[in-house]
Each structure stands twice: as C-alpha cells, then as structure tokens.
Design a protein around this ligand. Structure first.
Ligand code: V47
Length: 361
C-alpha cells in the first residue's frame, strides 16, 4: 500500500493494518471522523484485495417475509403492522408454497426468510415453513429468522434457545440472517426499540446458534440517532463474539430509510457515510471474511463503488424486497443475474455467483 494520505491520522492506522495489528476503539472513531474518504477506502480495499483478490460475490436468492404482524413497535420500522390493521398479513404455508412455485424456473439457491414478532404463530408453523421450502426447493439453503425471531419462537414454544434452534435445524434450517441487531446501545434501544431483545440477548442467541453449527450474518442499522462511538462499540462487540465462535459469515451495514416511520424527519444517509460504514467495518471486523454492500439500501451505483471500498459482496438478486421499500427505498425490488454481472464487471471486478456459504456455483 503506497498512499499519500490527506489525513495524516490515517498513516498510523494503515501501518497497523499492514502489520496485521488489530485496530482499537480510538482507531475506529478516527476512521469514522476522518474526511479522507479515499484514504479510508484505500486501506479497506487493501484488506479486501488481500482476502478476495479482485472478486465480488453475489447469490441468486429470494426473500420471503411470512408475516408483518409485529409486537416490537420499533420506531425505525415501516414494515410492521398490528393484528387487524389494514395491510397486516401472515402467509399460510400454502401461500408460501405458491410464492416459491411462482419462481420455480429460476435458479434460486438461497431463501431468505424473516418476519415480525408474531406471538400467534406456533413453532409448528416455523418448522412447516422450513420443511415446505426444502420440499419445493431441495437445493436451496434456508437462511431464516433473525436472533429476535428465534427468541420469539423460544418464548412461544416454551423451549430454551438451544432446543429451539435444534428443532429448527432438524426441520432444515441451515443459516441465519443478521437482522435485528440494530445498534448495540442501551441508550438508543430505550429510545427507538425498547421492546426488542437487548444486545447481550441478541449476541447470546447468535453464540448458541454458532455453537449448534448454524452460521449467521450480522448487521448494524446506522443513520438515525446513533453516535460514531456507538457504531464503533457495536462493531467491537461483534468482533469479540466472532473471536469466540467464528460463526459469522458476513457483516451488512444497513442504511436507515425513514419514510413511513415515526422518524420520517431524518434525512437519507449520504454516499460518504455509506462508504465509510463499509470501509470501517472491513477494517474493524478483521475476523469477518465478508462485508456486503447491500444494494437495496445504498443503491446499485454506490454499491458498485463500495466494491472498491472494502466490500466483496453485493448480496443477492432478491426478487421481492419489502422491509426497505416500505420505508421509501427507490431501488428495484430485485435484480436479474445479468444485471448483477453487469454491475460487478463494470466496477472492474470479477463476479462470482456463490451459494450461501460462499462456494462458487
Ligand atoms: O432487521 C428495519 C433493518 C433489517 C429499516 O443477513 C431497516 O444476509 C433500514 O437484516 N431502514 C432487515 N433498515 C434486513 C437485513 C438483511 C438484509 C440483507 C441481507 C441480510 C443477511 C440481512 O433491516 C431489520 C432491521 O435491522 N430495518 N427497518 C429501515 N426503515
């Protein structure tokens, strides 16, 4: 790495990265506070290139949101509804089967399943849902239920987290998505999502899942009322758990979209902040193999740029995204394989279509 930094504070950080020395809390804050975006991006790209050469991954996937009925009442959410409210839904297993069959001619390799915290569903609904996916799509990986949903399934079934995961795994659960982590700060939690499981609880569910052999992702919701220091602490908490379990696969920074939420006065995140979140995550999360540029939230064009700022993955084709689109996302609801290849190649990268576990397909 031979970079002349505009921000001289980055020189010390670059030297640490080159020497494989772990960055600390203050380094994370320095990176976020620096306005030398090219400098930050260059260090992150150095690490990304060392790990993945010039490659950029994507998966052919399908999202299924089985219910939007949710008791969490998170202030940042535009997806959740109360039972009986206009637009509230819970898919029957038959409706899920139909959704899968609608796309049966497409080479979908991963089914990403998340929904609201709905206390009316039984654990049998969740196991039937997984078994139905495996019946219709035996070759696709079921990546389902955030740590928050696992906690809910545990509460409604009376099983502890370990046994809940074991029952779901026996039904065919193979991986868990990284949602629901939001920002691991009790200050922000009290203000925006007081009913959601706490950060230690979220981490605990992930720890139990990893120990049961379920790989998961991790996320961070940014661009609302969180501070830079809270972002860095969040990343360090994830890094500490990863040191213990090595069960996280990818990290995905999630850019807050405020439309149709009770925080609709908050502006959309800027391109600079989106790129910083990718790059700082790449540098702080030195034990995570993959950093995703989630095109749904940051846009296709910026996601391409992010591939030179530390990201190695564009997530997936998706087909029908709901959570961000209900909060005002203007991106497409899905992308074709051709479009994915085009975005990656025209960013100067080598596209690799992958399965959920980053095996090339
Ligand atoms: O859990 C909710 C967040 C998450 C909003 O693991 C919002 O591969 C922005 O977790 N603006 C769902 N974000 C998305 C998610 C995800 C996406 C892609 C890949 C993976 C993966 C995981 O989105 C929720 C919540 O944290 N969210 N509302 C909003 N208004």
């Amino acid at each position: 790495m031979n970079i002349s930094f505009l921000d001289k504070n980055l020189e010390k950080i670059a030297a640490k990265v080159i020497d494989n020395n772990r960055l600390d809390f203050n380094d994370g804050v320095t990176l976020y506070k620096s306005s030398d975006i090219i400098g930050i991006g260059s260090i992150a790209d150095y690490v990304k290139t060392k790990l993945h050469n010039n490659c950029a991954y994507f998966v052919y996937n399908q999202h299924i949101n089985y219910t939007n009925i949710c008791s969490s009442k998170c202030k940042f959410c535009a997806f959740a509804k109360d039972r009986g409210e206009t637009g509230a839904f819970t898919f029957s297993i038959k409706e899920i089967e139909d959704k899968l069959k609608e796309r049966i001619d497409e080479p979908v390799r991963e089914i990403h399943v998340v929904g609201g915290i709905n206390s009316e569903l039984s654990i049998d609904y969740y196991t039937d849902l997984i078994k139905t996916i495996k019946k219709i799509r035996p070759n696709a990986v079921v990546k389902a239920f955030t740590a928050v949903e696992i906690d809910n399934i545990s509460k409604i079934s009376g099983l502890d987290i370990e046994n809940t995961i074991s029952v779901l795994k026996d039904a065919g659960l193979e991986m868990m998505p990284g949602g629901g982590a939001e920002i691991m700060s009790s200050r922000v939690r009290k203000k925006l999502f007081p009913n959601k499981i706490s950060a230690p609880e979220w981490l605990d569910v992930m720890k139990i899942a990893h120990r049961a052999g379920i790989v998961s992702n991790a996320t961070m919701l940014y661009g609302h009322i969180e501070t830079i220091e809270e972002r860095v602490r969040h990343l360090i908490k994830l890094r500490e758990l990863q040191d213990k379990t090595n069960g996280f696969s990818a990290f995905i920074p999630l850019a807050f979209h405020s439309k149709n939420t009770s925080m609709s006065d908050i502006d959309r995140t800027t391109g600079i902040d989106d790129l910083k979140n990718i790059a700082v995550a790449r540098l702080m999360l030195d034990n995570f193999a993959h950093i995703k540029a989630y095109w749904v939230m940051i846009g296709e064009k910026l996601a391409q740029v992010a591939l030179s700022f530390g990201a190695d993955d564009l997530d997936g084709t998706i087909i029908e995204e709901k959570i961000t689109h209900m909060a005002g996302a203007e991106t497409s609801k899905g992308l074709s394989r051709e479009k994915m290849l085009y975005l990656i190649k025209s960013a100067g990268k080598t596209p690799i279509e992958r399965d959920s576990f980053y095996n090339p397909v």
